[in-house]
Write a protein that binds this ligand. Structure first.
Ligand code: ADP
Ligand code: MG
Length: 249
């Protein structure tokens, strides 16, 4: 098939129960700049297994967005190891890393990042642009993803005609449409009022129950408390993990 098949090995399985490890960080550091260097991550280690719904929570400046970029292979760590589905991304050149990202990770951002003047359906279908799927199939899968997020009836609407909550549902459908190993959401309720935010959290629970592995980055302790696992970060370090994995390895 394609040259990418050698990076789609099955996920590693570790002892001790639970699902396969889909994401692993070991002693990851990230330092920005030189003069002076700004240490944004100072030795972060944790694992996420298939089927988890995890909150990474901490105050502004604690390193959450940097962590999202490193977990999502948008940035390389300064030191340490990042494994996606068992693949050490350090061994991949930029092209292969981008290919791994396109097939393994779905992103949801606070600002939605939708194309305002194309339909919700086409926005979601764009999530498959790099998957080598032809347009009819892209649209069929996009329609299913919109149904999953409760927006089947709005498929032909433009985001510019939608509420904030609906726009975030479209963005979530776009992240899910390729059935990625991991969905990374950065402050997904940050631009929404609290009632609408709560419906998005409910949706994340539903999608997780249907099989999606989701990591939510947030400064909102109340949101984090509603998810099954909380990883607290402060000053570029994990200070607690309700799954009990602090200090690994
Ligand atoms: P959070 O998302 O929790 O607010 P960030 O990951 O954005 O935290 O930032 C963590 C630290 O790294 C902060 O001190 C921030 O100023 C610094 N930082 C983040 N991105 C950059 C960058 N591109 N260049 C320099 N410093 C950065
Ligand atoms: Mg941030």
């Amino acid at each position: 098939m394609s040259a990418l098949d050698d990076i789609s090995r099955p996920a590693l399985s570790y002892g001790g129960g639970g699902g396969q490890v889909v994401l692993e960080l070991a002693a990851v550091t990230k330092t920005y700049g030189q003069d002076p260097p700004v240490p944004a991550l100072r030795g972060v280690s944790f694992r996420v297994r298939r089927g988890e719904l995890v909150a990474i929570v901490g105050p502004s400046g604690s390193g959450k967005t940097t962590l999202l970029h490193v977990m999502g292979t948008l940035e390389r760590p300064t030191d340490g190891v990042v494994r996606i589905n068992g693949v050490d991304v350090a061994g991949l050149d930029d092209r292969r890393m981008a290919a791994l990202r396109a097939r393994s990770i779905g992103f949801v951002f606070q600002q939605f990042f939708l194309q305002e003047f194309q339909s919700a359906l086409d926005n979601v279908a764009d999530g498959l642009l790099y998957a080598g799927v032809e347009v009819t199939e892209r649209r069929a899968r996009a329609a299913r993803a919109l149904t999953q997020v409760g927006l089947a009836h709005r498929a032909m609407f433009r985001p510019s005609k939608m509420s904030g909550g609906e726009r975030q549902r479209v963005a979530i459908a776009r992240a899910l449409v390729g059935q990625p190993a991991i969905v990374l959401a950065d402050e997904p309720t940050g631009n929404l009022d609290s009632a609408t935010g709560a419906t998005i959290v409910d949706l994340l629970h539903k999608l997780n129950a249907e099989g999606a592995t989701i990591i939510v980055i947030t400064h909102d302790e109340g949101l984090a408390a509603r998810l099954p696992r909380q990883v607290h970060v402060l000053d570029g370090k994990i200070i607690s993990d309700s799954a009990g994995a602090v200090g690994y390895p």
